[in-house]
Design a protein around this ligand. Sequence first.
Ligand code: ZN
Length: 310
Amino acid sequence: MISRAAALAALMFLTSPLAAAPETAPAASLRPVARTLVEATLVEAPDPAPVTATATGALDRPKARPATLDAALGSPDSGERRGDIPAFVPEPAAREIALRVAFAARSPLAIPLSLRPSPRSRAIVEKALAIRRERARGAVCGDPDLQGSVVGAVPGRISGCGIDEAIKLRSVSGLKLSTRATIDCPTARALKTWVERSVKPAVGTTGGGVSGLRVAASYACRSRNNQPGAKISEHAKGRAIDIAAIRLNDGSEISVLGDWGSGSEGRILRRLHSGACGPFGTVLGPDSDAFHKDHFHFDTARYRAGSYCR
Ligand SMILES: [Zn+2]
């Protein structure tokens, strides 16, 4: 225990500003140039260590002082600290490495020397670019999260029906639609907002997470609720989508018809219903009328009074 405390104290001292070289010292010292034999004899060497001449007549380069940290930290087995803080302070990079090596030798949990990351291989880069191209190709409304195809103008059979710029939406933020939805871009964007702000957080990991949406209806040239004499529906303008269920990764679903008002699935559906209020101008569910007991109706018609949610 003593040796570990001493080791820690020494480590802290070495990494502290106190241990840094004095201000006059250079930031990084160069490797010393080998002295000639003549120079060596002229210099008053404070180090009594013998110098050895090589065959070329030059002197050996000074060796890096080994185990500087070991000297400061003491051996893990010795149970005591050996020596004082060394006067020699290695340059920052060398000290960093020495510290890590010393630390790694003492703790099995320490991260060993980390290698410089290697550049990504060409294959990985190409794969990523291919995915990006694929997403860009299927993107509609200028958003890669909205995947589908551009339809363009959809003429209505009767006055009041039709869409100026329609798309067929295949998936939204990675969630597959059970049938492609013919809608306009503002409605597709509202659906994305609902999926990201409400569906994904509300479902969470239930059933392995949400995988898709069961779409009951999108574009249809008809009156509201198919009632004769009623006003034309927002569905007839491409501004509405009906969602019957949330599909989950385990193959099950949370359905408006089966789960509204009961259990944890019912609570999720409540959150999805209220979360749609805002992104969409009109939100209708089982509590609104008998026509909506098996699906949510969402549309982007805007009212002066704000969103209408029942
Ligand atoms: Zn509807």
